[in-house]
Ligand binder design. Sequence first.
Ligand code: IMP
Ligand code: MG
Length: 178
Amino acid sequence: MEIKKSELKVLFTEEQIQTRIAELADELNDLYGNDEVIAICVLKGAVMFAVDLVKNLKMPLKMEFIRLSSYGTGTVSTGKVHAVDISLPDLNDKNVLIIEDIIDTGHTAKFLLDFINNNFKTKSTKFCSLLDKKISRVSDIEPDYYGFDIDDKFVVGYGLDYEGYYRNLRYIGYKPNV
Ligand code: IMP
Ligand code: MG
């Protein structure tokens, strides 16, 4: 499959995304109160979401960035996860908030949660994904918080890419009828 920008249909507008992020932030502000949070942005896809989400969070917060990539060509996830850079500070006794763009098969989420559980005893670990593509799930993983449910569309924009492109779109789009 090839995706051209002219073929893209809007799935979520910039306004819908920002409204939903503000709602998620309200829930997280309620959850943590004034407790410190270590927010982990999973690059590259979660970059836009993480930046906009943390701007709405009010507790003392530190940001960490890790880079994972799931091997795959085009629009198909292979289920193999590659840790390009998973250097993290000491997360023992910390409130850890993982910020992802999408949970698809769930392999990436499982890989990261296993890594954190195997290396640290956190105070809490929560997983917040902008999108949840439940229909593709292979791993037994559910996000604690998510922005939108989507069906089996391949989506791009707002951090999500097709062959590296379209991350810079302000909206989330998809190519119809594929
Ligand atoms: P997983 O299958 O849950 O491990 O998801 C792996 C990664 O595939 C996600 O973090 C995204 O980077 C990417 N991905 C999954 N579905 C889509 C999509 O619809 N558009 C763009 N990237 C996707
Ligand atoms: Mg990703």
